[in-house]
Design a binder for this molecule. Structure first.
Ligand code: ATP
Ligand code: FE
Length: 356
């Protein structure tokens, strides 16, 4: 099967062409991602209306570029996969409309994909991984532990009760005057900082289960910053680095401890090949990866993380999730709806009405 995937749920417009022959590994023939950081920079965050317009303008170009790079003609595409949610509704609608047009024009199946399933299945795109595996999905808008049992079968073990870690990284960068997206700039500053200078909270540690909370951490950082500013009249570069290092250390610590707890629940199922996979933009952080790897090692689990380019939003993961749905006989039609919320685990109660 040769499949074209589209992604437009947040601030990256993306198209990818993947091919899978038989049961062999899926090959990424092209993966184009066009960001919008420049458009949103002045606003300190993604502006939904601006994002939607940019997606509508860039989708065609991404598709054209992906076809050109892959050397595949539009007439050789067997199916169209598209992110149908969750995400910013204007962007998701742009992608879904574009996909419907392509599928109708070519007379090929249309497959709606959950963006989070795309992140969660990335592991199977890059490695030969069997179900079930344990997944920590940690991104700009989400943070959850999942047992991935199939392309459409997820059990949520726990997750954030407020902010996502990516959001906390972005907020930290904003508070310290570092560039967006915050993850990479905070990670870079943290490399030259002292992680022990400030003691930031590690919430919910005494509560059983693997729920997490990051909003208090953000507030603590704000207080520490304001205290320094009122004492010294400003922040030195070293202060900034130390704040970043101490913040990152708290995130590393909390994710590691809660992962250890998620592992206990997962091992109760006696999986044949115990494995933790991470996905999502925050999984690009090397301190977080290194700690998760050591938590896994001490619990007898293998650990895998996708290459950086497949951690953040991309269409290759959507195309791949599309291949799995296609092979399972799942198809959508012109009634496919764009969904702002779409929890992966159909049995879990929606948290705070946010779909997180
Ligand atoms: P979602 O997938 O939940 O809808 P999203 O699509 O915005 O959210 P991703 O593209 O998966 O999220 O990830 C973007 C987030 O990852 C941003 O918040 C960014 O700051 C964070 N991030 C990227 N690189 C790093 C890094 N090296 N360290 C920490 N965070 C990072
Ligand atoms: Fe994402």
């Amino acid at each position: 099967i040769t499949i074209l995937g589209l992604e437009s749920s947040c601030d990256d417009t993306a198209a990818a062409v993947l091919r899978q022959t038989g049961d062999g590994p899926a090959e990424i023939l092209a993966s184009i991602v066009k960001g919008q950081n420049d458009l949103h920079a002045a606003f300190g965050g993604v502006v939904p209306e601006i994002a939607a317009r940019a997606h509508a303008e860039k989708l065609d170009i991404c598709v054209e570029d992906a076809l050109k790079e892959s050397g595949i003609a539009l007439s050789d595409i067997d199916a169209i996969a598209v992110t149908a949610g969750p995400g910013l509704i204007g962007g998701v609608m742009s992608g879904v409309m574009c996909a419907k047009g392509l599928a109708a024009g070519l007379g090929v199946p249309l497959i709606g994909v959950n963006h989070l399933a795309g992140h969660a299945l990335t592991t199977r795109l890059t490695d030969q991984v069997a179900y079930p595996y344990l997944m920590l999905l940690v991104s700009g808008g989400h943070c959850q532990f999942l047992i991935v049992r199939g392309s459409d079968d997820f059990t949520r073990l726990g997750g954030t009760i407020d902010d996502a870690p990516g959001e906390a990284f972005d907020k930290t960068a904003r508070l310290l005057g570092l560039p967006q997206p915050g993850g990479p700039s905070v990670e870079k500053a943290a490399k030259s900082g002292d992680p022990k200078r400030f003691t930031f909270p590690r919430p919910l540690m005494d509560r059983p289960g693997c729920d997490l909370s990051f909003s208090g951490l953000k507030t603590a950082l704000l207080r520490a910053r304001d205290a320094l500013v009122s004492e010294q009249g400003g922040l030195s570069e070293q202060d900034r680095n130390d704040l970043c290092a101490s913040f990152q250390a708290a995130v590393v610590d909390v994710l590691g401890k809660k992962t250890a707890r998620a592992i206990v629940s997962y091992l109760e199922e006696a999986p044949a090949v115990p494995l933790l996979a991470v996905a999502g933009g925050v999984a690009a952080n090397s301190a977080i990866r290194a700690n998760l790897e050591s938590v896994c090692a001490s619990n007898g689990l293998a650990f895998t993380a996708p290459p950086l380019s497949l951690c953040t939003d991309n269409a290759a993961m959507i195309a791949y999730a599309g291949i799995e749905r296609y092979k399972a006989g799942q198809r959508d039609d012109m009634r496919l709806a764009a969904r702002p919320r779409w929890p992966l685990d159909k049995t879990a109660p929606a948290l705070l009405g946010s779909g997180k």
